[in-house]
Design a protein around this ligand. Structure first.
Ligand SMILES: Nc1nc2c(ncn2[C@@H]2O[C@H](COP(=O)(O)OP(=O)(O)OP(=O)(O)O)[C@@H](O)[C@H]2O)c(=O)[nH]1
Ligand SMILES: [Mg+2]
Length: 276
């Protein structure tokens, strides 16, 4: 990306107006390429100048200098052949801040260690770091799911969320902006028996944090998956699913080790994505 290597861009000033009846030409444009999902802010005022979502979308953030008018513009009854022309104008000066938001169809949410990154590696070619400790993921990543019966769709993996995340606890909150525009939240809840809170409580904590961050998140379609199902006997898993069902929450189960449950999850995600 252009911006990684260069921080200053000067569109040239306009050319000075000329004699011999010529105007100066405008300074040539400079095109800075950014990926879709880029937000451009005025650094001084904080105002949002542009929200570039589409491929090949183009906006002008700072105007180059206009060319000066040539001597013929200043012809009057008393000045038949003026010996002066207008100088070219300086271009606009702007300090801008660029922010990249991932544009994903589906956002993975859940506590640290829930198996979010593992899930992304199972369903896409993305290779986020996976490890047996919380806060493994420090930066968001994006994976493309290529499904045999549906068009491709994208999933964003972000760091895990914890209680108090909306107040800045943990890491997750600053990354929630990356899932703001997703159609679906894929909420992963670990069935791992070594966790402090039970699965339903863990789910409720994350649900609350999401709603506190943005009340609109409550309206987002969500799919709840109980992960690490291989770590509990099936009867235990069923019992936990019943606890969720009592609260009218439908759950799917997954083992990333055996891949049990994976096809059903992808089918349901694709159905929500593509079937009206
Ligand atoms: N037994 C079992 N272990 C799993 C499963 N899914 C993930 N794990 C393990 O759980 C640990 C955490 O997995 P990650 O994918 O890194 O979890 P995460 O949700 O991305 O964690 P953070 O990035 O910290 O938020 C790793 O050791 C995984 O190998 C599963 O279905 N079964
Ligand atoms: Mg992770």
């Amino acid at each position: 990306m252009d911006l990684r290597y260069r921080k200053h861009f000067d569109a040239e000033r306009g050319e000075h107006g000329k004699g011999s009846m010529k105007d100066g030409s405008g300074g040539p444009d400079i095109l800075i390429k950014v990926p879709p999902g880029t937000l451009i802010y005025d650094h001084l005022t904080g105002d949002l100048i542009a929200d570039l979502v589409d491929n090949n979308q183009e906006i002008t953030v700072a105007k180059g200098g206009r060319g000066g008018k040539g001597n013929t513009h200043f012809v009057s009854s008393t000045h038949q052949a003026p010996q002066f022309a207008q100088p070219g104008e300086e271009g606009e000066y702007k300090e801008l801040r660029f922010e990249l938001k991932l544009l994903a169809d589906i956002g993975l949410v859940g506590m640290p260690n829930a198996g979010k990154s593992t899930f992304l590696t199972l369903v896409s070619k993305a290779r986020p770091k996976v490890a047996d400790y919380p806060f493994t993921t420090l930066v968001p990543s994006l994976g493309v799911v290529v499904h045999k019966s549906y068009p491709p769709f994208t999933i964003a993996d972000i760091p895990g969320l914890i209680e108090g995340a909306h107040e800045g606890h943990g890491l997750g909150i600053q990354f929630l902006k990356h899932i703001e525009r997703t159609k679906i939240f894929l909420h992963l809840v670990s069935l791992g028996p070594d966790e402090e809170l039970g699965p339903l409580q863990r789910f409720e904590v994350i649900k609350k944090e999401l709603a506190l961050y943005d009340p609109d998140f409550k309206k987002r379609k969500q799919v709840v998956v109980l992960t690490k199902a291989d770590l509990l006997p099936e009867s235990e898993v069923k019992k936990i699913q019943k606890d969720f069902a009592k609260k009218k929450i439908k759950t799917l189960t997954l083992s990333s080790v055996t891949r049990d449950g994976l096809d059903e999850i992808l089918e349901i995600l694709a159905q929500i994505m593509f079937k009206k």
